[in-house]
Write a protein that binds this ligand. Structure first.
Ligand code: NAD
Length: 255
């Protein structure tokens, strides 16, 4: 039997780059997927691009709005009959020097990256059919302080400790909670960082993007490579890995 045979996993930020790889890996492991994102047309297109028929559904949900994520998760349970896992993947980065960060910008970044992760985890945990597993997509920025993303760095550090806390409290309910810390994954988010930095470094943005990969790997990480680690953490084989935040950044972060 495949590692996630017939299990149903919700993936927030489901229309994005890494979500695509996560969904592919869950399908590869025999599971079913509910993609959840802000825009109906985009999330439905992301679902149909996976060519997996009724094993994938696209649902509208804003992780900053508790009612909308709860409604989407309930719809997923109605459509697929159960809920076994959640990947808290939705995230935003707001770039700029720390001393120019505004209260409104910081509120939004923390609302999506921290509060959204927390409240979606609560909603999923209430709906899990028989225990469950949660994987939070943190970042190597939660362990290292990158310039021009102080709010993002802080938000991802919060996700790392939230992961430990939820694992500790929810173990007795049969729920396992872990995180991964990507870096250098070829998606629109990484391109937005290159677009921001290029003029400040007097470089061409496409040329700069091409250099933004883990040194030990010598290339960008692909979403499916992150996805396969996430699928493993969702599976029963990961039961002895609990509350961890595992680097999937090609060796950039050594701790
Ligand atoms: N790309 C990288 O190198 C990298 C590195 C470290 C961590 N990450 C993290 O991986 C995750 C996925 O990033 P990505 O690179 O695929 O980015 P992406 O921009 O391609 O995808 C992010 C998705 O999240 C969605 N989203 C944003 N706000 C939302 C909200 N309020 N509710 C629901 N969905 C929302 C967006 O619409 C988008 O589809 C993020 O949490 C990001 O911080 C990415």
């Amino acid at each position: 039997m495949s590692a996630l045979q017939d299990r149903v996993v919700a993936v927030t930020g489901g229309a994005g780059g890494i979500a695509r790889g996560i969904a592919e890996a869950i399908l590869e492991a025999g599971g079913r997927v509910g993609l959840m994102d802000l825009d109906r047309a985009k999330v439905e297109a992301a679902a149909s691009a996976l060519n997996a028929g009724d094993r994938v559904v696209g649902l509208v949900a804003d992780v900053t709005d508790e009612a909308s994520t709860e409604a989407a998760l309930k719809t997923l349970v109605e459509r697929m009959g159960r809920l076994d896992g959640l990947v808290n993947n939705a995230g935003i980065v707001r770039l700029g020097p720390a001393d120019e960060t505004t209260a409104a910008g910081l509120d939004l970044e923390l609302a999506v990256n921290v509060k959204g992760v927390f409240l979606t985890a609560q909603a999923a945990a209430r709906l899990f059919t028989n225990g469950g597993s949660i994987v939070n997509i943190a970042s190597n920025a939660g362990k290292v302080g990158y310039r021009n993303m102080a709010g993002y760095n802080a938000s991802k550090a919060a996700v790392i400790n939230l992961t430990r806390s939820l694992a500790l409290e929810w173990a007795e309910r049969g729920i396992n909670v872990n995180a991964v810390c990507p870096g250098g994954v070829a998606t629109d988010m990484l391109k937005s960082v290159a677009d921001f930095l290029a003029p400040r470094l007097s470089q061409d943005k496409d040329a700069l993007f091409q250099t933004m990969y883990p040194a030990q790997l010598g290339r960008h990480i692909q979403p499916i490579e992150v996805g396969r680690v996430v699928a493993f953490l969702l599976s029963d084989a990961a039961v002895i890995i609990r509350g961890q935040s595992i680097n999937v950044d090609g060796g950039d972060t050594p701790y």
